[in-house]
Design a protein around this ligand. Structure first.
Ligand code: ARG
Length: 394
């Protein structure tokens, strides 16, 4: 499928199939005429909703896809200005958080302009993240983005800490003319402080190891991905943030454990009285297990939705079975689906799978800013995007 019309035709067919009803010839006429006159077309809300849900279903790196039919899709295609986009993002966060009973939610902002490719963009990779400071505290993964925020004038409140909320950086699409400094016609990005009261966080403690509660660890409740482009029927939505809920290992076995993230296993091991010099290195496994128990325990005790990796693996099996029953092939990215803790205890580990990327889907896109020789530059984002094929699950 190559041209926009061909992609649109395929998508309308998919929508009819998903909604289990015959295709509406008048809708097709409408889309065709619109594409002829404007070079693009406008999705109905129903199409957005079906498209968003199927894009999740097609996301081969996601182990939580059993829940795709319940995705809540919010239509914000009428919002263009950074200030109003920020307010909609706070609404998204509040709705999705739901006092801890997390709701999977997708917010769709204006699509890319068919001629210029321009669209509003969120510069953050995730809506909520903690700042990282070179040779200092915080999340090392966020050091480059934190530098961008500082260049834009943001400063942490007080001295840099381990868990400083980053601001939300939003760039309007601009009108394409005479916007200074926004290479290629985008507007200058604006940053917005993320109010602490909008961000539900969980303090990490362990049911049996009191020292862990004294380490001052925390994580936010709702993972919202803000930097992927949603493609539906040939239309691209570069600003389409979405969230699910955490699988405990994302926090316990990656964010808090990876050597190039918070790197906490040595400290946890010491707290447990283990010897990090010990030859086999199995102190790492013991520390990681306890840290993961602490994450699950803390989220559950606080009433915040979280799934453990064994339950998630069973849910993935259920998803795969349901898809096969519906006559659809099941694709998956094995290296992402296998949990990062005790991989071979998960049935996913023992399953052969093919990784095929179907449309609609969520794709990586180049960040609107890039780093150059240690110095951060912001460059125009539009229409240049890549599918990063490598890299570990994040
Ligand atoms: N692993 C990413 C993070 O820790 C979040 C990816 C999305 N995860 C999810 N459960 N929907 O920030």
């Amino acid at each position: 499928m190559y041209t926009l019309l061909e992609r649109a035709a395929e998508f309308l067919e998919l929508c009819a199939r998903e909604l289990d009803r015959p295709q509406d010839p008048s809708r097709w006429d409408q889309v065709r005429r619109e594409v002829e006159h404007r070079g693009t077309y406008t999705h109905t809300f129903e199409e957005l909703q079906v498209g968003g849900r199927v894009a999740w279903r097609n996301s081969t790196r996601c182990i939580g896809r059993l829940h795709w039919p319940s995705l809540v899709v919010r239509d914000h295609r009428n919002l263009h200005r950074p200030g109003e986009i920020f307010r909609a993002l706070m609404d998204h966060l509040r709705f999705a958080t739901n006092q801890g009973r997390i709701r999977s939610t997708l917010s769709i902002f204006p699509p890319a302009d068919p001629l210029t490719g321009r669209a509003p963009r969120i510069w953050n990779g995730k809506l909520v993240r903690y700042a990282g400071y070179p040779d200092g505290p915080g999340d090392p993964e966020e050091i480059p983005f934190t530098r961008i925020c500082r260049e834009l004038g943001w400063r942490p409140e007080g001295k840099p800490g381990e868990f400083d909320l980053l601001p939300v950086v939003i760039q309007g699409a601009g009108d394409g003319e005479g916007v200074p400094g926004g290479g290629g016609g985008g507007e200058e990005p604006q940053w917005f402080q993320l109010p602490r009261k909008e961000v539900l966080e969980v303090e990490i403690r362990h049911p049996r190891l009191p020292f862990m509660g004294e380490m001052g660890l925390r994580w936010y409740a709702v993972p919202v991905i803000t930097d992927m482009v949603l493609e539906l029927g040939g239309i691209e939505y570069p600003c389409a943030p979405f969230n699910g809920w955490f699988m405990g290992t994302e926090i316990g076995a990656r964010n808090l454990s990876d050597p190039d993230r918070y790197d906490l296993l040595p400290r946890v091991a010491l707290g447990m009285g283990l010897d990090p010099e010990e030859r086999t290195g199995l102190w790492r496994d013991r520390a990681m297990l306890e840290l993961n128990e602490a994450v699950l325990h803390s989220f559950r005790e606080d009433g915040v939705t979280v799934v453990d990796h064994h339950t998630a693996s069973r849910q993935w099996e259920a998803f795969a079975a349901r898809e096969r029953n519906a006559g659809r092939p099941v694709y998956g990215d094995w290296s992402w689906l296998v949990p990062p803790l005790s991989g071979s205890t998960s049935s996913v580990f023992h399953t052969e799978m093919e990784n095929r990327v179907l449309s609609p889907n969520f794709y990586y896109q180049d960040p609107p800013w890039r780093e150059d020789g240690g110095e951060a530059l912001h460059a125009c984002p539009f229409h240049i995007r890549s599918r990063r094929e490598e890299g570990a699950p994040a």
